[in-house]
Write a protein that binds this ligand. Structure first.
Ligand code: NAD
Length: 477
């Protein structure tokens, strides 16, 4: 594989590529082929983060003063550059995250849709005029940027998730320190370079590579007004607690344990296709991934036969990508073992796939899974689908809502009254009827319920409630 430019392994602070103060690096490995060493990337700590926050704070007044319409011009230029470099992005995502090239290309398209939507919002960042209590008085509200924000991202969408934080942060007038996952630093560097090449002034967007030490330093820095975080629940809780003493604003997009409900009157072929796509696309490494199918006992055996036939035909490496690292591989395999100890049976898969050069889990279906067992309640984040039995609609809803997460909810039924009833009763943020439980639009809120989410949603016009503060103003004459 081609060697990457050295600058991509560095931090980007105050408009310059810089090695971390510690001089330390961490290797980045291709999960589809562990002999492919992508590069050694900066392992940053507190001093790098503090430098980046300082640069962002210095850049803030001038960036804020530009106003959203001018700032949107930078986003439009960045959008054009990403279009031109789309294949570089797709190949970087494919190489360091492991998702299949078509999936990586799909992610680039999604990132483009997000920046396109966000730039278009510039002329709509308005408040309202309100009646005044006194005569000859105007009262109104307007939004003002929050300040310096920290953007902490996971590895599963190394371009789209950073984009749905960086684009609104910049458009709103915030300046930012972006701390990506240590498993996908190259995509982050390419994205940062695009904004620099688009002419975004020095200090407005800073990149600090690294892991826990860098993330903690960002939360601890008192000049950071808010953190937008996507990742696991335990880390989200730490960030929330870490910022609480100074009332730091946080936006937390966390885990999921998403169910597809298959009622007795469902189109089973359609439900199988949706479950396969939702559970095994990107090897199940999506916050909205289908990880439970709750199927009515009246159609369970027919459904399972169709499901197992479809999943058994999936070829790791061609149809299903690897999991991101060895830790995820071990976590998936040990979760499958523990599930069998609680009564679940392996219907297909259940082992490491015969592609030893990468971290591949054979696509796995577990049947007869007790609804309250660990595998039916906790996130797996891998190509492992649990099938849980239910007896009728109410039982399906009860089981669906029995988990502590609430990212997405999906129902297959031909009874539209039941579909609408389910939409009302799902304790989850993103809902689907007779279609896969994954996928989102840039203009719809990306959000969950319960322990899947805290703070304003991402994407959509609701995102401004994180990156801006409201002001009210009264003017008498
Ligand atoms: P993770 O929580 O391990 O790491 C996420 C980020 O937090 C990384 O950049 C990491 O370096 C950083 N981090 C780790 N410890 C930190 C600390 N103490 N302080 C500050 N930052 C810290 O998550 P991951 O393994 O990268 O991603 C998988 C998780 O992300 C899953 O739980 C998945 O459901 C979730 N996720 C959620 C969404 C969503 O929109 N809700 C989307 C994608 C992924």
């Amino acid at each position: 594989m081609a060697a990457i430019s050295v600058r991509y392994t560095q931090n980007f602070i105050g408009g310059e590529w810089r090695v971390p103060e510690s001089g330390r690096t961490r290797p980045n490995i291709n999960p589809a082929d562990v002999s492919d060493h992508v590069g050694d990337f900066a392992e940053s700590g507190g001093p790098d983060v503090d430098n980046a926050v300082g640069a962002a704070a210095e850049a803030f007044p001038a960036w804020k003063a530009l106003g959203p319409v001018k700032r949107a011009e930078f986003l439009r230029t960045a959008e054009r550059l990403i279009e031109e470099r789309a294949e570089d992005f797709a190949r970087a995502i494919n190489r360091e995250q492991g998702k299949l090239l078509p999936e990586a290309r799909g992610e680039v398209k999604r990132a483009l849709a997000i920046i396109d939507f966000t730039a278009g919002e510039a002329r709509r960042l308005n408040g309202v005029t309100t009646p005044a209590e006194e005569p000859r008085t105007l009262s109104y509200t307007f939004r003002t940027p929050l300040g310096v924000v920290g953007l902490i991202t996971p590895w599963n969408f190394p371009l789209a998730i950073p984009m749905w934080k960086v684009a609104p942060a910049l458009l709103s007038g915030c300046t930012a320190v972006f701390k990506p996952s240590p498993f996908t630093p190259l995509s982050a560097a390419l994205l940062t370079e695009v904004f620099a090449d688009a002419g975004v002034p020095a200090g407005v967007l800073n990149l600090v590579q690294g892991d826990i030490a860098a993330g903690e330093a960002l939360v601890a820095n008192p000049q950071v007004a808010g953190i937008s975080f996507t990742g696991s629940l335990p880390v989200g809780l730490k960030i929330h607690e870490g910022g609480a003493p100074r009332l730091m604003r946080s936006q937390l997009e966390l885990g999921g344990k998403n169910a597809v409900l298959v009622l007795a009157d469902a189109d089973l072929d359609k439900a199988v296709r949706a479950a396969v796509f939702g559970a095994f696309g990107q090897a199940g490494q999506r916050c909205s991934a289908t990880s439970r199918v709750v199927v009515d006992i009246r159609v369970k055996e027919v459904f399972l036969a169709k499901l197992v036939e479809a999943v058994s035909a999936l070829r790791p490496g061609l149809d299903v990508c690897p999991v991101v690292n060895e830790q995820r591989l071990d976590a998936c395999l040990s979760a499958i073992t523990r599930a069998q100890e609680t009564g679940a049976k392996v219907a297909c898969g259940g082992y490491r796939a015969a592609l030893p050069q990468g971290y591949y889990v054979q696509p796995t279906v577990l049947r007869d899974v007790p609804w309250d067992s660990e595998i039916a309640q906790e996130e797996i984040f891998g190509p492992v689908l649990s099938v849980v039995d239910c007896d009728g609609f109410d039982d399906a809803m009860r089981i669906s809502n029995s988990v502590r997460y609430g990212m997405s909810g999906t129902i297959f039924t031909s009874d539209m009254a039941k579909a609408f009833e389910a939409l009302d009763r799902f304790e989850a943020g993103m809902l689907h009827v007779n279609r896969p439980g994954v996928g989102a639009y840039a203009h719809l809120p990306h959000m969950g319920s319960k322990l899947s989410q805290f703070g304003p949603p991402e994407c959509s016009p609701q995102v401004w409630d994180f990156y801006t503060e409201w002001r009210s103003a009264c003017i008498s004459w």
